[in-house]
Design a protein around this ligand. Sequence first.
Ligand SMILES: *Cc1c(COP(=O)(O)O)cnc(C)c1O
Length: 352
Amino acid sequence: MLLTPGPTALPPSVRESMSRELVNPDVDPEFREIYDDLTGKLARVYDTDDDVVVLGGEGILGLEAAVASTVEPGDDVLCLSNGLYGDGFADFVENYGGDPTLVEAPYDEPLDLDALDSVLADGDFEVATMVHCETPTGMLNDVEPALKRLQDHGALTIVDAVSSLGGVPVPTEYIDVGIGGSQKCFSAPPGLAPVSVSDAAWERIEAVDPDSLYTNLLPWREIGDLFPYTHLTTLVVALDEALSLVVDEGVETVYARHLEAASRCRERGRELGLDVYPDVERSSPTVTAFHVPGRAEALQERLDAERDVTLATGLGDLSNDVLRVGHMGYNADVTKVDEAMDALETVLDDAE
Ligand SMILES: *Cc1c(COP(=O)(O)O)cnc(C)c1O
C-alpha cells in the first residue's frame, strides 16, 4: 500500500490508460483533442476561466517556470513562507535575477500576515509567491487573506497548490499563476504540471519575454500546430483519465471524501495517542503529519518491511520527527486509511 503524500497509488483505469496505443502528439489530431479536453476538465477543478496549460515535467518544473516567466533581473519579489517549499521559491527568484524578500514564519505557525502588512507598506513588489499546502508539515495555509492584500498591492501572485489542487478548494480567483501536480490529488503518475495563468499573468509574461524554452510559459499560450516540444503523450492520456474520474465523481464529492479520510486518519491517530503536527485545525485534508519525535524513520521502515505499507517521514529538520500519511486522490479513502492505521497500530504495539 502506497500512502505517501504523493506519488499516490493509481486507480486501475489510470494504469490501464497507459497501455493504449501511442498517438503522435504532433501528427495525430486526436492528441490535441485529448489535451484540450484535459485542460477543460482541469479548469473545472481550478474553478476558473483563466487559461490552464499542462507542462511536460514534474511539479517542480511548474514552480520554476512560474518564476522564470514572470521575474526579470532586479524585480522585487515577496516570498511568503512557513515551510520548505515556501522558502524554495526565494531560491528560484534569486536564480532568475530577482530580489526576493522572504517573509518567514516558523514551520509550525501560520503565514505571518502582520509581517506581510509591514513589508508591503515599505516596498513595491512586482510578484509574490506562497504555498497552499506545505506538504512536508501537512499544513494547509489560509492563503486568501494574504492573496487579497497582494492583489490590492498590485503584485502578481504565484501559488504552489501542488498537494492541494484536486483535494481541497483552491482560491483561484486571487491567483495569477497556480501550479498543480499530476501525482498528488489527481493520482496520475508523476511527470506533468498543470498551471493556471490569468490574463494579467500573460501580459506580464509577454512583457518579460523569457529567454528560455523549457521554463517559459509563453509558448503554451497559443499552441498552434505544434506543442513547444514533444508532449509526454502517455502521461497526458493518464492524467486525462484521472481527471475524468474526478469530474464524473463531482468535485464537491471529491473534496468531501478527502475531509472524511482526513478526519478518520486523525481520529485513529488520537486513539493511538499520536499528536498531529502542528495541530489538527491547520492540517490539510490531503495529508496528516503525526508527531513522533525521533521515531519516524524506524516506524516507516518497520511498516514497510512488516506490513507492506509505505508512509513518508518528514523532510529537512523534521525528517525523523513526523510520520506522514497521504490521504489524497485515490487514497482519500476511509478503508485504506483504516488499513494503514491498523498496520501502524501493530507496529506501535510491538515497539512498546
Ligand atoms: C510534491 C510537491 C511539489 C513537487 O515536488 P516533488 O519533487 O514531487 O516533491 C511541489 N510543491 C509541493 C507543495 C509539493 O507537495
